[in-house]
Ligand binder design. Structure first.
Ligand code: Z5A
Ligand code: MG
Length: 222
């Protein structure tokens, strides 16, 4: 917990990642409330941000209403992050803690999971280089069996067994390549309360550790 009004300097950038139905959005909402109740300023962003003009193109693609080349849609997902990058940096500099629901890690692995020979993980990561680097990435890990208990796949593109199993492997590969990043795996197959207890503990540690005078890093190449 944080004493009200005692923190000065920059906020922390916290990313929540994971497979389909791992509970990312539920945990982001919980975390937002937890930090607000602790007296901290918080903003919650989710990617894709379907409200911008780029986001609307992505939304149409995910719903199967439009067809796009794999590279084109990949670059739109990345552009959707770049269009918010400056405002994320400004919020962090102004002392706001920013929670992001899916980020560059999802961006790279979902596109690479298509197994398109000209869209490798490295190619997919390249447009992410230079975006704000999270102070913490929480990976909510869930088995396919536990995820299935939370309801069947929805109607959106990528919501099928083959994609999800490739995505699981690629997250591992990508995280192994992230030198110097704080990536923490949380067992998300437990109750909402158990998962949120771990999430709030890890985030509390992260916020306490971030040097208020430091500047936010940038994502780098492998
Ligand atoms: N995508 C991409 O390709 N490239 C990119 O750059 C980005 C994304 C950013 C849409 O993402 C797709 O875009 C996604 C990746 C791709 N494709 N797939 N698959 P999205 O984030 O908009 O998708 P979503 O539908 O919001 O999220 P989600 O991943 O499917 O769900 P979630 O946020 O992880 O879970 P939730 O909504 O919090 O919970 C799901 C259900 O489980 C819900 O009924 C909860 O009440 C329940 N739940 C949650 N936690 C628990 C626990 N602990 N116990 C029991 N039940 C629980
Ligand atoms: Mg979600």
């Amino acid at each position: 917990m944080f004493a009200k009004g005692t923190r000065r300097g920059r906020g922390a950038l916290i990313v929540v990642e994971g497979l389909d139905r791992a509970g990312k959005s539920s945990q982001c909402e919980y975390l937002r409330n937890f930090l607000e109740e602790s007296g901290l300023s918080v903003k919650y962003i989710r990617f894709p941000d379907r409200t911008t003009s780029i986001g609307r193109l992505i939304d149409g693609y995910l719903r199967g209403q439009s067809q796009l080349d794999d590279h084109s849609i990949h670059l739109l997902f990345s552009a959707n992050r770049w269009e918010l990058a400056k405002s994320i940096e400004a919020d962090i500099a102004n002392g706001i803690n920013v929670i992001i629901d899916r980020y560059s890690y999802s961006g790279a692995v979902y596109s690479a999971a298509k197994a398109n020979p000209s869209l490798s993980l490295e190619w997919a990561w390249t447009p992410e280089i230079g975006l704000p680097q999270p102070d913490l990435c929480l990976f909510l890990s869930i088995s396919p069996e536990e995820a299935a208990k939370r309801g069947g796949f929805g109607g959106e593109r990528y919501e099928n067994e083959t994609m999800q199993s490739r995505v699981r492997d690629l997250f591992k590969t990508l995280f192994d390549l992230q030198r110097g990043s704080d990536i923490r795996t949380v067992d998300a197959g437990r109750s909402l309360e158990e998962v949120s207890q771990d999430v709030s503990n890890i985030v509390t540690e992260c916020i306490a550790r971030v040097d208020p005078a430091s500047s936010l890093g940038k994502l780098t190449s492998f």
